[in-house]
Write a new protein. Structure first.
Length: 137
């Protein structure tokens, strides 16, 4: 049991350098991710209602469950623009990504992203859940 726990907590890199794809959920749009060993930077361009949002998060990654699964968590910033509104804030992320074991380089993910608006009405907002599909290269 102890060996399994240690293996789960060990850090390993994802098996791709870049991934681009789509994220659906409260904020739906394009996403791009660059892996840097056990860490990554992920940025997104999303639509919500009649607005546009851009965000970027720094992520820590570690293998979990089994081959191809990685837990990721991190923090970053976002900006929202739409209908005469501008918002700027900090966001967190926690999610699970699975790199499919097929010849076609595809990864799927499910995450939660809460935020703290700092400009344009200060306050915590409940965040959103999203499902992502990315092409890896």
């Amino acid at each position: 049991m102890a060996a399994l726990m240690v293996a789960t907590l060990s850090v390993s890199a994802q098996d791709y350098n870049w991934a681009v794809g789509l994220r659906g959920g409260g904020f739906s749009g394009l996403t791009a991710k660059q892996n840097m060993g056990a860490n990554a930077i992920e940025a997104g361009l999303s639509l919500y209602g009649n607005g546009l949002a851009i965000d970027a998060v720094y992520e820590w990654q570690q293998p979990v469950i089994g081959e191809g699964f990685h837990l990721y968590y991190g923090a970053g910033a976002y900006a929202n623009l739409g209908n005469g509104y501008f918002g700027l804030g900090a966001e967190g992320v926690v999610g699970l990504e699975y790199r499919l074991p097929i010849d076609f380089p595809l990864a799927v993910s499910l995450d939660y992203r809460p935020g703290l608006n700092l400009i344009g009405g200060v306050g915590f907002w409940g965040g959103n859940f999203g499902f992502g599909v990315k092409y890896c290269f």
